[in-house]
Design a protein around this ligand. Structure first.
Ligand code: GLP
Length: 248
């Protein structure tokens, strides 16, 4: 796992967008894994700007979002699908048929998860997955616990995670769905390249546990230590608890 400390969130986001644009140039049919949350907002903004200037052509690329709230229709304003439309899909020319999403309103969660894993397998898996990290060390919605699951699955969200997502629901944590569907650790760890972004003091503890702590299901992101090509890009605040030895 490689740690890169940028001078600011904005610099990291610009570098991340440039990195993705370069990967798409090298492989136009790139399969991207995409996160939601506050963390990637500037990356999406930069990607939209690159696309508007003709410096990013997503016409042959595919995307798979990492997770979705369970029990919400895709059109619900709080859904991750709606977030992605607002911040990214509406503004770039990624063909609709190559935008992949878990459907939180699917009647049979297990069947929906199996469908998503099968679609991802048919696409050849993720080439580049962009990740954020929860304050509790979760990646996608793989929450800390006694064990982790490899396949796509339905998950009960922890209290902290529901609080962190309240922004999508008018800052009312009681409106955040209790459950979600998420890609499992398998799809993430099988991605060819992982770039995890973390910004701000609130992520410092989770970042240190991920980078230097033991590999444990108590911190799902710590499994990225086992990945061949995983990079963690932080601003100084998110990186401040990482020891000098683990710094570049
Ligand atoms: C959400 C998402 C994750 C995201 C994380 C961090 O719960 N499921 O994919 O990385 O929380 O969110 P934020 O970037 O807003 O801190």
């Amino acid at each position: 796992m490689k740690l890169r400390v940028f001078d600011s969130e904005q610099q990291a986001a610009a570098a991340c967008a440039a990195h993705i644009a370069e990967a798409v140039r090298a492989r136009p049919s790139l399969v991207l894994g995409l996160p939601t949350g506050r963390t990637p907002l500037n990356v999406y903004r930069e990607l939209v700007a690159l696309s508007a200037r003709g410096a990013l052509d997503l016409s042959r690329a595919s995307s798979f979002n990492l997770d979705e709230f369970f029990g919400l229709v895709p059109e619900d304003a709080g859904s991750f699908r709606a977030y992605m439309e607002r911040h990214f899909f509406q503004h770039v020319k990624l063909p609709r048929e190559r935008i992949h999403f878990l459907d939180g309103s699917a009647p049979d969660a297990e069947a929906e998860c199996a469908r998503y894993d099968a679609e991802l397998a048919a696409a050849g898996g993720l080439d580049v997955v962009l990740l954020g990290i929860g304050g509790n060390g979760h990646i996608a919605f793989n929450e800390p616990g006694d064990s982790l699951l490899a396949p796509c699955h339905r998950v009960k969200l922890g209290r902290e995670t529901r609080l962190a997502n309240a922004g999508l629901f008018g800052d009312d944590p009681t409106r955040v769905p209790m459950e979600a569907l998420t890609l499992g650790m398998g799809a993430i760890l099988q991605a060819k390249r992982v770039v995890l972004l973390a910004f701000g003091e609130g992520k410092a503890e989770a970042v240190a546990a991920m980078v230097e702590g033991p590999v444990t299901p108590r911190c799902p992101a710590s499994f990225l230590q086992l990945h061949r090509d995983a990079e963690v890009w932080v601003d100084p605040e998110a990186g401040r608890r990482v020891s000098a030895q683990a710094r570049p």
